[in-house]
Design a protein around this ligand. Structure first.
Ligand SMILES: Nc1ncnc2c1ncn2[C@@H]1O[C@H](COP(=O)(O)OP(=O)(O)OP(=O)(O)O)[C@@H](O)[C@H]1O
Ligand SMILES: [Mg+2]
Length: 401
């Protein structure tokens, strides 16, 4: 028997044995099947009975399909989920094929294979693989079909379910964001085409190794730096090439920044550090309320020097919050803190995300922190390498490292 086939089945079974949540089962299998078939990109879509649509849950590769959904029979994904039959398309034949219904993303000139994830009784979703240099083969098909059946049975066995998202509009969309920095005679391309959608109220964690461009991306999204090329829209307004005045207003009204360094004014009290930002904001919340949210209303009169590192970071969170920004951007907010203090700070971030419904985009290189996110985006060498939906985010207090 073909060794790739046997090895892949084996890997999938190993992966599923350890998977105790739907998304870990799906993302583990997706990684294995992308590798086994030589596919740079892959997506897993799950069928939601209530809405009758199939929703992209896990993405491997660069494009942001998470949140896309296909009605039954619509687009490639909808048609494979409805028929329960694998479809293979050769690059030359693929012209403007719709992935997910009329409004879904279109693809052309790519080798594709879409495989149903089904038990003997039901099709519960599908696996879409793309980007392979040569056409998908019958061997690829057999491997993926069998692995997807094992996956489907495992999902049914373990009773994994998923709560789909409501239909929602992104608050922020970035398309093909490129950032270059001059370095002597040369130009270094740091961001190489990032596509990203951020939805209102979600907590997104961006993971990636040092130097991959996380801070660069966050600074562009936060209006602290300009992109070289690309598109950025925030609540429909175009921030791709803003004027200085637009940028200043955007920074002041839309985004709250939390940095690794707290940047508090040393001669102002905790309260005054917050109030001073409230005074220059359009619709600030009450400064004492911001202090209460981070649990430090009793330290209002302390100067920063009379606060611990974790308390200073919580003050800097309150300072970001007081503007009532649409989006909070946090760049390694706990990098300088010990474990216990990090958990306290992360609990505050969790609270502003869950209770205040503020959208949070947080950069970290600690994969454990990613477990509290609704979505985890991995950046590698200036590009998004994967996007994963966490259907069951952990509580900050349950994180361990
Ligand atoms: N202003 C700048 N001028 C030139 N190069 C820059 C500039 N800012 C960042 N870079 C380069 O861009 C690359 C990405 O930097 P960035 O700070 O975005 O990485 P990062 O993923 O945040 O890393 P870390 O985890 O270490 O914070 C690095 O190679 C860095 O040297
Ligand atoms: Mg950084």
């Amino acid at each position: 028997m073909d060794t790739v086939y046997v090895q892949t089945m084996w890997q999938v079974m190993e992966e599923l044995r350890d998977a105790n949540q739907l998304e870990s089962a799906l993302s583990g299998c997706l990684d294995i099947l992308c590798k086994a078939t030589g596919s740079p990109k892959g997506t897993i879509w799950m069928y939601d009975e209530q809405s009758g649509s199939t929703i992209a849950l896990i993405v491997h590769g660069t494009s942001d399909a998470t949140g896309e959904s296909a009605g039954q029979g619509e687009g490639l994904v909808g048609s494979v989920t409805a028929s329960g039959e694998t479809e293979i398309h050769k690059a030359a034949e693929v012209q403007n094929m719709k992935l997910a219904g009329v409004d879904g993303p279109a693809i052309s000139g790519k080798n594709l294979m879409c495989v149903p994830i089904k038990t003997p009784k039901h099709t519960i979703g599908c696996l879409l693989l793309t980007g392979k240099e040569v056409a998908y083969t019958e061997d690829d098909k057999r491997t993926c079909e069998n692995c997807c059946s094992i996956l489907a049975l495992d999902i049914e066995d373990k009773g994994f379910t998923f709560r789909p998202f409501e239909n929602r509009e992104p608050i922020l969309t970035a398309r093909n964001v490129i950032k270059e920095f001059p370095s002597g005679e040369e130009i270094h391309r740091i961001l190489k085409g990032v596509d990203l959608d951020i939805y209102p109220g979600e907590l997104v964690v961006v993971l990636g190794e040092s130097g991959c461009g996380k801070s660069t991306l966050l600074n562009i999204i936060g209006g602290m730096d300009r992109m070289t090329e690309g598109e950025l829209k925030v609540e429909g307004r175009d921030m791709s090439d803003p004027t200085e005045a637009e940028l200043t207003e955007y920074r002041r009204e839309y985004v709250g920044f939390i940095f690794q360094a707290y940047n508090l004014m040393p001669n102002l009290s905790a309260y005054e550090n917050i109030e001073f930002i409230a005074e220059i904001s359009d619709k600030p919340m009450d400064s004492m309320e911001a202090l209460r949210l981070v649990g430090l209303d009793d330290k209002a009169n302390n100067l920063p020097a009379a606060l611990s590192g974790g308390q200073m970071q919580r003050i800097s969170i309150a300072r970001a919050l007081v503007k009532s920004p649409k989006i909070i951007l946090a760049d390694e907010p706990t990098a300088a803190l010990d474990y216990d203090t990090s958990i306290k700070v992360l609990s505050v971030i969790e609270k502003i995300s869950k209770e205040n419904k503020t959208t949070v985009l947080m950069v970290t290189h600690n994969p454990e922190i990613a477990k509290m996110a609704n979505r985890v985006i991995k950046l590698r060498d200036g590009k998004i390498s994967s996007i994963r939906v966490n259907l069951h985010p952990l509580k900050a207090t349950d994180l361990v490292w």
